[in-house]
Design a protein around this ligand. Structure first.
Ligand SMILES: Nc1ncnc2c1ncn2[C@@H]1O[C@H](COP(=O)(O)OP(=O)(O)OP(=O)(O)O)[C@@H](O)[C@H]1O
Length: 232
């Protein structure tokens, strides 16, 4: 599996007229497991941590590297390695039909139009969307839309997938479908989630509370720590 390293990486944002606020305290982690869950309360800093991993957020101090590439200095290389899946697929889906949306993802890497179409159809088929290739993105269910957004990320064959609450908008059946797809990926997965059943299926779970990592270990230990915080 790839290696993601945070070396005292912290994120601070300006508070107008009042200095700065730390939204992630200096954090040092080495992530090498296949499926890494990140859990914690609303506003605790999970998305900030996830966004550091592909340069969507830059560390205010410290360093983040992916396979020894610095997310700030080697941003383009890091974005090729790390695919990012958002909570709301609408943030990623912009073309009228499903196949066109995947083709858009592939526009830089596959120059020939016929090959691009072939590759896009294969990616849709691999994610159970073959029958919807020529359908409007808007005709899909919420779960199918999330799978389509994920397909667009997977089309680029990233070594790592970071998914930020990808099932939050989904019902139970679609949560299971999208969760099964993500947890079954061959790639390394960093999964930010409020779904403790999905977190329990990861190899390692990190708990974020009040802008810092407060637990990091087996799913059972980390989930117990988190529920202890909630019940406190
Ligand atoms: N660019 C920014 N400027 C100011 N504050 C920010 C910025 N980005 C995040 N924050 C604040 O930092 C805190 C942590 O945000 P973050 O999105 O990382 O939390 P989260 O754990 O992912 O929450 P949720 O579960 O609600 O998605 C929140 O209070 C948020 O309002």
């Amino acid at each position: 599996m790839p290696t993601i390293e945070l070396d005292a990486a912290a994120v601070r944002v300006p508070l107008p007229g009042r200095g700065e606020r730390e939204i992630l305290a200096p954090t040092t982690l080495t992530l090498t497991e296949r499926r890494i869950g990140v859990i914690g309360a609303n506003g605790s800093g999970k998305s900030t941590l996830a966004r550091l991993l592909n340069g969507l957020v830059r560390p205010s101090s410290g360093r983040v590297t992916v396979e020894d590439r610095d997310v700030v200095r080697d941003g383009a290389a890091v974005r090729r390695l790390v695919g990012f899946c958002f909570t709301d697929p609408a943030a990623q889906l912009v073309m009228p039909t499903c196949v066109e949306d995947i083709e858009l993802s592939l526009r830089r890497t596959v120059k020939d139009g016929a090959t691009r179409r072939e590759r896009a159809l294969a990616v849709l088929a691999a994610n159970g969307l073959a029958d919807h290739a020529h359908d409007s993105v808007h005709s899909l269910s919420g779960g199918q839309r999330q799978l389509l957004a994920l397909s667009g990320v997977l089309a680029l064959e990233p070594a790592i997938v970071v998914a930020d609450e990808p099932t939050t908008l989904l019902d139970r059946a679609n949560t299971r479908r999208v969760g099964d797809t993500l947890l079954g990926l061959e790639q390394q997965l960093v999964l930010v989630t409020h779904d403790l059943d999905l977190a329990a299926r990861c190899d390692r779970v990190i708990v974020v509370d009040d802008a810092r990592v407060v637990a990091d270990g087996t799913p059972a230990d980390s989930i117990a720590h988190y529920t202890g915080l909630v019940d406190r």
